[in-house]
Write a protein that binds this ligand. Structure first.
Ligand code: DX5
Ligand code: ZN
Length: 227
């Protein structure tokens, strides 16, 4: 089943618990952590993730856009995140870090910026529970989807299937009604949507509609149901 993860980057940060409640049908809540160094924007850190984890029953999908994830990522697991994504461009030892995240009890995920190729990381894929392909340059919500990323999504799906891995393939950035079908058709199965969900009049309905679009496109592409 296609998973839709609304990004609270597009929510009202003064009302995070209510905003989490507004998307209760979501599979995961996507939490963008930015440190003003890895990306030119600053959002939130461990204490807010801790509070949010207590405030909602929706599991947290923490996307760390920070330097030194080797040092900080384990703290997000301890704060209550169910999935922690680090950027490979920032990680000193991605294998060790993925193993540490898993050992602490969360799903381990690795993200690639648009200019980072997947091919050098083929051998690392079994260490991961999810691979995130950025479809915008990380840092801000509401940017235009980069359709030049579609071939990378497709090649990644082929690698996952070639190795028979149970690895989720997430896309993040500009995912909306106009772009989600192309992502699903290329092989993505976890979809982050910020403005497309929180900018909608009815966020819960926007999630349902996006999921339906993704599932139809996935079925048509013949990737089948993986989870
Ligand atoms: C961007 C963030 C995204 C962002 C997506 O750096 O990683 O998660 O919230 O927002 P939209 O869906 O509006 O592009
Ligand atoms: Zn994100």
């Amino acid at each position: 089943m296609a998973q839709i993860n609304p990004s609270i980057l597009s929510a009202d940060f003064a009302r995070l618990a209510e905003e989490a409640e507004a998307v209760r049908g979501a599979d995961w809540l996507h939490v963008d952590v930015m440190d003003n160094h890895f990306v030119p924007n600053l959002t939130l850190g461990v204490p807010i993730v801790e509070s949010l984890a207590r405030a909602t029953s929706t599991p947290l999908d923490c996307h760390l856009m920070i330097e030194q994830p080797d040092r900080w990522a384990p703290q997000y697991v301890e704060a209550g995140a169910g999935s922690v994504t680090f950027h490979v461009e920032a990680a000193a030892a991605p294998v060790r870090l993925a193993r540490e995240i898993r050992a602490k009890g969360a799903r381990a995920s690795m993200a690639l910026k648009p200019a980072t190729p997947i091919e050098p990381y083929e051998d690392l894929l079994p260490e991961l529970d999810m691979l995130l392909i950025m479809t915008v340059e990380p840092g801000f919500g509401g940017q235009a989807f980069l359709d030049i990323m579609l071939p990378k999504i497709r090649r990644t799906r082929q690698l996952i299937d070639k190795h028979g891995l149970d690895l989720w393939l997430q896309v993040d950035g500009g995912v909306a009604p106009a772009t989600i079908e192309a992502c699903a058709e290329a092989g993505a199965d976890v979809f982050v949507a910020g403005s497309a969900v929180y900018g909608a009049a009815d966020p819960a309905e926007a999630i349902r509609a996006l999921r339906a679009q993704a599932e139809t496109a996935t079925a048509a592409a013949g990737w089948g149901c993986r989870h």
